[in-house]
Design a protein around this ligand. Structure first.
Ligand code: SDX
Length: 424
């Protein structure tokens, strides 16, 4: 298959075809408008490839997810989040020396400038941590100059990865009125984050190995997901040659939406609502299918996965493990499992291939870890940081990259002329 033919107004046009390393086929329409005068029309870009990428592969029909070719199941069961960051950004799993160097860099760039603490003081206590994270990440560009020097860009990527967890932890401490806990160089990435979240100056905080392992796994599961809404936002903003920090600040805002990363918070709020309403999950399943209702089963459905989201499977498995290890019985978990069981046999969900996605169970684990609901999407952002960085880097290094500027089909008024207000 080397080309595709299009017939428009009785004229035939031919376009080249590109085939990816997993045999995905893309019709190259870069010459469509010049040849035909027409554009494509694909709201939501469900059928549109914005780029070629070597970072992550998803097969939605098979429920396959691979980071740089490695199956998510193998990475999740064997790697650390820091290893996964290295793999996504540099393309290969690090050897022992590379991993040690990378870990050292991440460890020694965790502090934010002391003046940045003043930013937190301006926010109201109820400020959503995603608003804080988006503005603080963008504000890193006021402290760290960006340049085309690859060494500067590489250092800024390290700074972003390292400081993101400090910003996240400080925004949590700010929201509960507790003093900030500074990063510690003797702890792992996830152990240090848990320590910054939950330690208090008055007494030592014992990091639970169960929580440290669970957090490591959750961050890995969220690390990248090819051209999702927030990653596409990072690539779009970066295509104007906006800075790394500004591009990823924009990505954080996109992730915040309840249809995207904000869904993990929505899932818990949905389960709590069902529980408060007597736990009648059948009622809410019917609402989800009722077209006159705006209710959606949050944590269900996906633009790409038309089979199980492999991340949801892993999340579900560790949910039982974490809650069991912590001796927690969460009634929301039972409601979630009952909803899933019904949905997997209900024709509405089966016909639309709606399965649990990564957000369906992750919030229950975060809850068991003692993380407040409004921090869930911040943890999603923390996990997605390496993926955003890897895509920003790939976009900037791609000679095919042009400033993103989609077209439209205009449906407004035809030409008309100004009428003075006295004559209207
Ligand atoms: C993430 O893209 C990524 O990779 C994202 C992500 C990542 O890692 O970056 O995987 C993370 O964002 C996961 C998704 C989290 N969002 C939610 O859980 C919110 C609930 N889900 C839906 O809003 C929806 O499923 C989306 C947004 C996820 C996908 O929407 P699509 O692809 O635009 O599909 P659609 O809305 O057109 O739905 C198709 C049909 C519709 O019914 P019909 O018009 O055909 O009758 O399915 C229905 C929808 O009404 N439907 C649902 C539903 N999701 C879709 N009905 C009830 N409950 C739902 N959750």
């Amino acid at each position: 298959m080397s080309s595709a033919k299009l017939i428009l107004n009785d004229k035939e046009f031919e376009f080249p075809v590109i085939v990816g390393s997993e045999q995905e086929v893309g019709i190259d329409l870069t010459s469509l408008r010049a040849k035909t005068g027409a554009i494509t029309y694909d709201p939501g870009y469900g059928n549109t490839g914005a780029c070629q990428s070597a970072i992550t592969y998803i097969d939605g029909d098979q429920g396959i997810l691979r980071y740089r070719g490695y199956p998510i199941e193998e990475i999740a069961n064997n790697a650390s989040f820091v290893e996964t960051c290295y793999l996504l950004i540099y393309g290969e799993l690090p050897n022992a020396q590379q991993l040690a160097d990378f870990q050292h860099q991440l460890t020694y760039h965790t502090l934010i400038h002391e003046d940045m603490k003043k930013f937190f003081e301006g926010y109201p206590a109820k400020a959503h941590p995603m608003a804080i994270m988006a503005s603080m990440v963008t504000s890193l560009s006021t402290y760290y100059e960006e340049s085309d020097d690859p060494a500067v860009t590489k250092l800024n990527m390290i700074r972003l990865l390292a400081k993101a967890k400090t910003i996240a932890a400080f925004s949590y401490k700010k929201s509960i009125g507790q003093p900030y806990i500074y990063p510690r160089n003797d702890l792992s990435y996830t152990g240090d984050f848990l320590h910054m979240l939950f330690a208090v100056p008055a007494e030592p905080y014992q990091i639970s190995p169960v929580l440290e392992r669970a957090l490591n796994l959750l961050l890995i599961l969220h690390a990248d997901h090819e051209q999702n809404c927030s990653t596409s936002t990072v690539r779009m903003v970066g295509s104007s040659r906006a800075s790394l920090f500004a591009s990823i600040g924009a990505g954080i805002c996109a992730l915040w939406g309840p249809l995207h990363g904000g869904a993990n918070q929505e899932v818990i709020e949905m389960l709590e609502m069902i529980r408060a309403d007597g736990g009648d999950y059948h009622k809410y399943m019917n609402l989800a299918k009722d077209k006159t209702s705006s209710f959606k089963l949050m944590g269900f459905g996906h633009r790409v996965y038309k089979n199980f989201d492999p991340r949801a499977k892993i999340c579900k498995a560790i949910t039982d493990e974490v809650l069991g290890a912590l001796g927690i019985h969460d009634p929301l978990l039972e409601i979630a499992k009952n909803l899933e069981e019904i949905a997997l046999s209900d024709s509405y969900f089966v016909e639309r291939k709606l399965y649990p996605n990564v957000d369906f169970y992750s919030g229950i684990i975060y809850r068991a870890m003692g993380i407040p609901t409004n921090m869930f999407t911040v943890l999603f952002a923390l996990g997605r940081m390496p993926g955003w960085i890897a895509h920003w880097q790939e976009m900037r290094g791609d000679s095919a990259t042009k400033i993103n500027r989609p077209r439209q089909v205009y449906t407004g008024a035809p030409e008309r002329h100004y009428v003075p207000v006295a004559q209207r």
